[in-house]
Ligand binder design. Sequence first.
Ligand code: FES
Length: 266
Amino acid sequence: MTYTLRVSRFHPDSPEERFFSEFEIDAEDGMTVLDALIWLKENKDGSLSFRYSCRMGVCGSCGMLINGYPMLACNTQLAELGAAVVTVEPLPNHPVIRDLVPELSSLFDKHRGVRPHIERGEPDVAPKAELAQSIGEHKSYSQFSYCIKCGICVSACPTCATDPAYTGPQALAQAHRYSQDSLDDGAPARMEAVDKEHVIFNCHYAGACSEACPKGVDPALAIQLFKRRMAAAAWGLWEAQKPTAELPQQGPNLKPDIPPPPARTA
Ligand code: FES
């Protein structure tokens, strides 16, 4: 089938000139929007700029607005769009560097602002044994750890669209992901970091972030869970989570043929 690709163009040397380039492309079976853009760059217009790396929905580089909806270009086949004309634009709610390339510095700065790493209460004390984590404890945050930092949730979020200072769903979901980890002691510092203007309580729970997330992370849920934890902590109802001593070999939904985890090493 033949598609018309309308690609948004922008060059920083002439920022007032924004326009669309139109290309015809004969799509092969299974051709993704990213495949089409690569073909156009190699065969029609070498100046076309876009960002990608893994081509398999893992690196988070190829987020774009495709027919008005933020998606990963490598994870979206032309055929599934159900339209002969496909319009590709850069992700909204981010500045544009060139053509389809968004500037994501603010996404990463905000991500860093929620301390997205495991923090131990006594960082200078070396653990004397492996820190165990039960399957249930792992499940309580694993969904939120699938974030690939593509910026699509920020593009979908109406609060980010109206308040550029808002921390946004990506970083706030990661504040919950790390605080929920039973090996982490950094929740109090994260709660303090997000309890400010333009941060967690500016989420209006539109849910657009969760609908758009290509990895099923559900940032809206993570934000509400972290709000609940903050409220419970403020009332003295939240006990600090500690790693459990026991590591169960069999969890509730474990498939029967999965080999057991290796023995502890320390
Ligand atoms: Fe890596 Fe699309 S190229 S997610």
